[in-house]
Design a protein around this ligand. Structure first.
Ligand SMILES: Cc1cc2nc3c(=O)[nH]c(=O)nc-3n(C[C@H](O)[C@H](O)[C@H](O)COP(=O)(O)OP(=O)(O)OC[C@H]3O[C@@H](n4cnc5c(N)ncnc54)[C@H](O)[C@@H]3O)c2cc1C
Length: 304
């Protein structure tokens, strides 16, 4: 990897020769649902997988560090901003192409929008995701899920770009997805996905969407800035219940506060910093460990 102070110059030199969209000094607090984080020195967006693959290949050859941004709904970003180039899927937002029960869609396309389009088309399979404000690429990478539903269960295949810039059509199979993880994606960029769904009556699908929506609003801090579940659920007991049992609900550090509605949510009540959130996470983990013997693992992805 190039020295920390050199990677911006190195990346800049490469990007000057490319036609991809480049944004500089982008405050990530305005691009993340938690609303925390300093500026990304460089954000790169390409409308074509080939262009992005070429840039990634050049970054890899020059040892320029980079990572991927979707809708920013599962990220906690350092106050200094990330120490790498941010590659955004925002321009790879091809709308769903529907062919009977198969739907191909770009990585940057919004999942809530996709859910609505599928309902109108009478296609069922990802209704649980109506309130998950992620991108298609982010939901594939995280295998986003709620209750029994998991995004990966609907994925037939996806287009991935390896960190060396190879474009790879990848069929999904057993082992591609796991709980809030996708070993079959690994460290690759997801450029688009093909979903396999089941035909159903649009009214029945919309009824299920309403039920999911009502349940979410009743059980989660809707409207408050958050990144959903901070910790993964350990096999024996949900993280929220463990946190509750440890008597921590309402605990706060600075402007970061544990939600009173759902103990696995940290809410930014205005102006929270990375330091606030990170030290609240440490305190929760320590207290839960002491009270229950369980070591919580973060679900939210931390960018430094
Ligand atoms: C109100 C609210 C409700 C939520 N509810 C749920 C829920 O019910 N279930 C659930 O699982 N999650 C939930 N989440 C969390 C979040 O929406 C999901 O984890 C979602 O999958 C993240 O997608 P994203 O596009 O925002 O990814 P980001 O937050 O941008 O990124 C998350 C991770 O994915 C990687 N990534 C992003 N795009 C790509 C790509 N194209 N290729 C490869 N890697 C990529 C990033 O590098 C990062 O590691 C919720 C969040 C909020 C704010």
């Amino acid at each position: 990897m190039v020295a920390a102070k050199d990677w911006v110059a190195e990346a800049d030199a490469i990007l000057r020769e490319e036609t991809v969209r480049v944004l500089r000094d982008v405050p990530l607090r305005s691009r993340t649902s938690l609303g925390v984080g300093g500026p990304a020195r460089l954000v790169v967006a390409a409308a074509g997988a080939e262009d992005l693959a070429r840039v990634m290949s050049r970054f890899a050859q020059a040892s320029v560090p980079f990572d991927f941004l979707g809708a920013g709904s599962n990220l906690l970003v350092a106050d200094e901003g990330p120490s790498f180039v941010v590659i955004s899927s925002e321009a790879l937002d091809a709308p769903p192409r529907i062919a009977r029960e198969t739907v191909s869609v770009g990585a940057g396309y919004s999942v809530p929008k996709l859910v609505k389009r599928l309902a109108a088309a009478g296609l069922s399979g990802i209704e649980f995701a109506e309130g998950i404000p992620g991108s298609v690429g982010g939901c594939v990478r995280m295998n986003a899920g709620w209750h029994e539903g998991m995004f990966g269960a609907a994925v037939a295949s996806f287009t991935a770009i390896s960190r060396r810039g190879e474009i790879q059509e990848t069929p999904a199979g057993p082992g591609t997805f796991a709980y809030r993880a996708s070993p079959g994606v690994g460290d690759r960029f997801v450029a688009g996905a093909t979903l396999r769904l089941a035909p159903d009556d649009p009214d029945r699908i919309r009824e299920r969407l309403r039920a999911f929506h009502d349940h979410r609003v009743a059980t989660q801090p809707a409207g408050a800035r958050n990144a959903c579940c901070i910790f993964k659920n350990p096999p024996a007991e949900p993280a929220g219940r463990l946190i509750d049992r440890s008597g921590l609900k309402g605990l706060a550090v600075g402007a970061a506060v544990l939600s009173e509605i759902h103990a696995n949510f940290i809410v930014n009540r205005g102006g929270a910093t990375f330091r606030d959130v990170a030290s609240l996470i440490d305190r929760i983990r320590e207290a839960v460990g002491k009270a229950t013997g369980v070591t919580l693992e973060t679900e939210v992805i931390v960018w430094r």
